[in-house]
Design a binder for this molecule. Structure first.
Ligand code: EPZ
Length: 428
C-alpha cells in the first residue's frame, strides 16, 4: 500500500489547479441511467471513486467512454461520455456498493426508468452508521414499494413513480439527489421540502435541466420537480471542487505563503473563508480563481460548528482541526453532521497536537509547532488533514493507507509539490 511522505516547513507559493468536484461528478454520472442518450461530462476528476462508480454503472449497462483526456486548456479536466441505451441489470451488488456509499444513488434512477431496483444496503462506514432511511421514505412517498431482504433494498414501482410532496426531517445530500433524479421521470409534480442546498445538488439539477427535466428552486430548501416522460442527452461541466479548494486554502494557512487557486470559487466556500479570515488568512478573488495568503504569524483560534450548506462543511472539519492545532490559543469544533468523525484526533495527537474530544465537541489547544510522525489515514478527509499537519510539522511525516486519499484528491502530491511542498508518494 502506498504511503505519502511529507517534510514540513516549506511555505507554499505559486498556483494550484482546482479539479472538478468528486461529490458532484458521482451523482452526475448516475444521472446517465435516466436516459438512453449520451451524457457528456467534462472536468471530471481522476479519482478512485470515479473508477469505482464506472464499474457499477457498466454492470447496469452503461457504456462509459473516457475521451479528451487532459483536453486542451489543462483546466478542462477529463471528459467522460456515458450512455445507457438499455439497462441490463437492476441489481447493484454488495461487493460494489459497500466500497462507496454514493453508489446507492442508482436506486432512484433505476426505479424511475425500469420500475424496479435491487440495491445492496451500503452499511456503515468509518465516519458513522450512515443509514439510508430518508432515501427509502422519499421513494415510498413517490409510490415505490420497498422490501428489505438479505441486505438488499428491493424497490418496485411497476406502474411508475408518482409525483408527491416529500418533507425531509433533516437535511440529507444523498437523499435529496436520489429523490431529485427519481422525481424527474415521475408522473406529476414533486415538492422536496427541507432539501439540501449544496452546490453539488444545484450542479446535478442544472444538468438534469439540460437533459429536459423541469426542476425549480435549486439552491433553496424547497425544490420542485415536474416529472417528464423521458430525458435526453446533454453536455455538462462538473462544478469546481469546493472541498479541495478549502483544503488548499487551509494548506496555505498552515504553512504561510501565497497561492492562487486556479478555478477555485470563493462563492462556494463563503462560510469557510469567513472562518479563515477570522483566523488570519487573507484572500481575494482573481480573474482565474482565488488568491490566498498568510504571513508567518500563528493562526488565531476560532469556534466552528459543521452544518449543511451554506454552513461550514463537515468535509473540511478535519483540515480545519489540523490548522487550529497550530493556533495561538484554544478553539472549539462541533461536528453536527456525522456521529464519528473525529478519528483524525488520535493521529494528530501523535504529531503533538493537544486536542480533547467530549461527545460532538473537540477542544483544540494550539501548540507552537507540530512534530512529524508516522500516522495512519482513516477516511478521506482525515487523511488530507494529516498531510496538512505534516506540511507544518517539524521533520518527516509518513501517512499510510493513502488509498483513502486517492478516493477524493486528484494528484495531491503533484499539486502541493508544484507549490513548493516537499512531498512524495512512496510506492509499495
Ligand atoms: C454527502 O454524503 C457527501 N458524499 C459526503 O462527503 C458529505 O460529508 C455529506 O454529504 C455531508 O455534506 C457525497 O456527496 C458522495 P447526508 P451523504 O445524507 O449524502 C444522516 C466525502 O468525504 N442520514 O447529507 O451520505 C447521515 O448518517 C463524503 O466526500 C440519515 O440518517 O450525506 C448523516 O449523519 C463523506 N439517513 C447526515 O444524515 C439518511 O437516509 C447527513 O448525511 C441519510 C442520511
Amino acid at each position: 500500500m502506498d504511503r505519502i511522505r511529507v517534510r514540513g516547513g516549506n511555505r507554499l507559493t505559486g498556483t494550484i489547479e482546482i479539479s472538478g468536484a468528486k461529490n458532484a461528478a458521482l451523482p452526475l454520472m448516475v444521472a446517465s441511467l435516466l436516459t438512453d442518450e449520451a451524457l457528456e461530462l467534462t472536468h471530471v476528476p481522476r479519482l478512485a471513486d470515479i473508477a469505482s462508480l464506472t464499474g457499477i454503472l457498466r454492470q447496469h449497462g452503461t457504456d462509459v467512454v473516457p475521451n479528451g483526456e487532459n483536453a486542451d486548456t489543462g483546466n478542462d479536466g477529463r471528459h467522460l461520455t456515458l450512455q445507457t441505451k438499455e439497462i441490463t441489470s437492476t441489481v447493484a451488488p454488495y461487493d460494489l456498493v459497500r466500497k462507496m456509499r454514493a453508489s446507492f444513488l442508482v436506486t432512484g434512477p433505476l426505479l424511475a426508468r425500469m420500475g424496479e431496483a435491487n440495491v445492496s444496503l451500503p452499511g456503515g462506514c468509518a465516519i458513522g452508521s450512515r443509514p439510508v432511511d430518508l432515501h427509502l421514505k422519499g421513494l415510498e412517498a413517490l409510490g415505490a414499494e420497498i422490501r428489505l431482504e438479505g441486505g438488499y433494498v428491493h424497490a418496485a414501482a411497476p406502474r411508475g413513480l408518482k409525483g408527491a410532496r416529500v418533507s425531509f426531517p433533516f437535511v440529507s445530500v444523498g437523499a435529496t439527489e436520489n429523490l431529485l433524479m427519481a422525481a424527474s421521470l415521475a408522473d406529476g409534480t414533486s415538492v422536496l421540502e427541507n432539501a439540501a442546498r449544496e452546490p453539488e445538488i444545484t450542479d446535478l439539477g442544472e444538468c438534469l435541466q439540460k437533459m429536459g427535466a423541469k426542476v425549480g428552486g435549486l439552491g433553496t430548501s424547497t425544490i420542485t420537480v415536474e416529472g417528464v416522460p423521458r430525458l435526453g442527452g446533454a453536455r455538462h461541466q462538473v462544478v469546481a471542487d469546493r472541498i479541495e479548494t478549502g483544503t488548499f486554502v487551509m494548506a496555505v494557512a498552515i504553512t504561510g505563503g501565497e497561492v492562487e487557486l486556479i478555478g477555485g470559487r470563493a462563492d462556494l466556500i463563503g462560510a469557510v473563508l469567513s472562518v479563515l479570515k477570522a483566523s488570519g488568512v487573507e484572500y481575494e478573488e482573481t480573474a482565474r480563481g482565488l488568491r490566498v495568503a498568510r504571513n508567518g504569524a500563528r493562526p488565531l483560534p476560532v469556534d466552528v460548528e459543521t452544518e449543511p450548506y451554506p454552513g461550514f462543511p463537515t468535509d473540511l472539519q478535519a483540515q480545519l482541526m489540523a490548522l487550529l492545532a497550530t493556533a495561538d490559543g484554544t478553539s472549539h469544533i462541533k461536528e453536527s453532521i456525522f456521529e464519528n468523525r473525529f478519528m483524525h484526533v488520535p493521529e494528530l495527537s501523535r504529531m503533538g497536537a493537544n486536542i480533547h474530544v467530549d461527545g460532538q465537541v473537540a477542544t483544540v489547544r494550539g501548540v507552537g509547532r507540530l512534530k512529524g510522525a508516522p500516522v495512519m489515514a482513516t477516511d478521506l478527509r482525515a487523511s488530507v488533514s494529516l498531510i496538512l499537519a505534516g506540511l507544518a510539522a517539524e521533520g518527516e511525516t509518513t501517512v499510510s493507507r493513502v488509498y483513502h486519499l486517492d478516493r477524493g484528491f486528484e494528484r495531491i502530491e503533484e499539486k502541493l509539490g508544484g507549490a513548493g511542498a516537499e512531498i512524495e508518494r512512496l510506492k509499495e
